[in-house]
Design a protein around this ligand. Structure first.
Ligand code: BDR
Ligand code: CA
Length: 316
């Protein structure tokens, strides 16, 4: 029996790279059954992320997708945002119309809970691409859903690449380490796309050109987003292009062989002022702490971009 299509919920703070992840999911109906998108506060505040999620669906020609607003702030601290990376709107790079598709009235956390209770146990995968606030809040509010989750495949953390928002921490985990701690300790099957993997998938000039060559509105939008998004990382890392973090989550679900890593213990630092939000990954197996996460370390960049380009082209 085929494992496809996999039922997923995307939990996101769009974000140009989040946008590409949503497009990849929508362009892959044979493998991905997108039950809904839940916005979270992260790159920009919730008003923006929930609007951006709808703009992305409309660009993809999918105003029927259910979009919810989730938590507007981290569990224990004030929100840190990343306009310096994503621009004022969170989705800078090309002007898009205000979306006309509705934002669902139900709170995003309740949608996650209700969906997991409704669907058969072990059939829904959660795909977080922002701070883990919504997922952890749902687990706290409804502990019965934890064992019903098939898998969590998330973008967050780093080991060899260490940090991108502080010297020690990756943005998604840093914004809400208390939430990340709950998720990493939940016992749910966990697959992690850290910076170690996502910094391997760079939007080089020829890869950007492939989107421009669509010759349609979608290609223009994608090129606008990626052009804008990568300037920050190119400047910071001196790399050949910006890393396309969040679509790795969806690419993994479609073609897991594009990524390799180790099943290890990963714990979240919540106490230290200096290293708050660090993913302490026992890559070398130097402790006997229980293994809780498949932590990716490498990616087939050409294979990833071939898949992404092919699937996004379908939407045009
Ligand atoms: C992560 O942080 C956000 O800015 C990106 O959208 C991605 O999810 C990378 O650290
Ligand atoms: Ca994101």
């Amino acid at each position: 029996m085929s494992d496809f299509p996999r039922k997923i919920i995307i939990d996101t703070d769009p974000g140009q790279d989040d946008a590409m992840a949503i497009l990849l999911a929508l362009g892959s109906p044979e493998e991905i059954d997108l039950l809904g998108i839940v916005a979270v506060a992260g790159n920009v505040p919730i008003e923006r992320t929930s609007e951006n999620a709808r703009k992305i669906c409309e660009v993809a020609g999918r105003p029927d997708v259910l979009v919810f607003a989730g938590c507007d702030r981290p569990m224990a601290h004030t929100l840190v945002t990343a306009e310096h990376v994503h621009g004022k709107t969170g989705l800078d790079g090309i002007e898009l119309p205000t979306p006309t598709m509705p934002l669902q009235k139900q709170h995003g956390v309740d949608f996650i809970i209700e969906t997991l209770r409704r669907e058969a146990p072990g059939t829904v995968t959660l795909c977080p691409m922002g701070p883990l606030t919504n997922i952890a809040t749902a687990f706290e509010k409804a502990p019965d859903i934890v064992e019903r989750v098939q898998e969590i495949v998330l973008m967050g953390g780093a080991y060899f690449e260490v940090g991108n928002i502080t010297p020690a921490a990756e943005f998604n985990i840093y914004v809400d380490p208390e939430a990340a701690d709950i998720v990493f300790k939940s016992g749910v099957k966990l697959t992690v796309m850290p910076l170690d993997a996502t910094h391997k998938v760079l939007v080089t000039a020829p890869r950007l050109q492939a989107f421009k060559e669509f010759g349609n509105h979608l290609g223009e939008v994608v090129a606008g987003w990626l052009d804008f998004f990568e300037r920050f990382d190119i400047e910071k890392y001196g790399s050949k292009g910006g890393p396309l973090h969040d679509p790795t989550v969806i690419a993994y679900l479609i073609k897991p062989g594009l990524f390799s890593g180790r099943f290890i213990n990963v714990e979240i630092e919540t106490q230290s002022k200096l290293t708050r939000g660090m993913t302490v990954a026992d890559w070398w197996g130097v402790t006997d702490r229980p293994k809780n996460a498949m932590f990716m370390g490498d990616a087939d960049a050409d294979g990833f971009f071939d898949l992404l380009t092919e699937r996004v082209r379908r939407l045009g």
